[in-house]
Design a protein around this ligand. Structure first.
Ligand SMILES: Nc1ncnc2c1ncn2[C@@H]1O[C@H](COP(=O)(O)OP(=O)(O)OP(=O)(O)O)[C@@H](O)[C@H]1O
Length: 125
């Protein structure tokens, strides 16, 4: 709920609109999200070429969604930290570095899963 707003809660459609607005802002301002969307698009193209099965598509979709989700959360945490302080502060550094680490942990995991899925589809494993 927006502080000071007279309404209890925005409607579902309006909330969804804010979410889309947030996604567009992240895409416009964060280079990493664009890199992730590009990697996701290339993965989909590679999946079409290789002819992934339904289960593999589901795994790839979950991995892509989780990585983009983590980067969106990281971006939001960075914004909140910047709002909280414009000073250099060890806690600000800790929050930003841990949020960034969460993205890298998920990205590396997704990359390993992607390699396994494609290696299996190509009968390499
Ligand atoms: N207020 C602060 N106090 C201390 N260290 C900070 C502060 N702000 C940023 N840092 C350090 O600088 C790094 C980069 O911060 P910045 O806000 O530029 O993130 P970023 O490079 O845009 O991250 P990303 O690439 O994930 O978008 C942080 O990970 C942190 O180590």
């Amino acid at each position: 709920m927006i502080p000071g707003s007279s309404k209890d809660h925005p409607s579902f459609v309006r909330s969804f609109g804010y979410a889309i607005e947030g996604f567009i802002t992240a895409v416009r301002t964060e280079r990493n999200i664009n890199v992730m969307l590009l990697v996701g698009a290339l993965t989909v193209i590679a999946g079409l070429v290789v002819g992934l099965d339904l289960t593999s598509w589901c795994i790839i979709a979950i991995c892509c969604g989780l990585v983009i989700h983590a980067e969106l959360c990281n971006t939001a945490i960075e914004a909140v930290v910047d709002l909280a302080t414009s000073e250099m502060h060890p806690l600000a550094k800790r929050a930003k570095d841990i949020a960034a680490a969460s993205v890298y942990v998920l990205s590396i995991t997704a990359a390993v899963v992607g390699i396994l899925v494609f290696a299996h589809a190509l009968h390499l494993i």
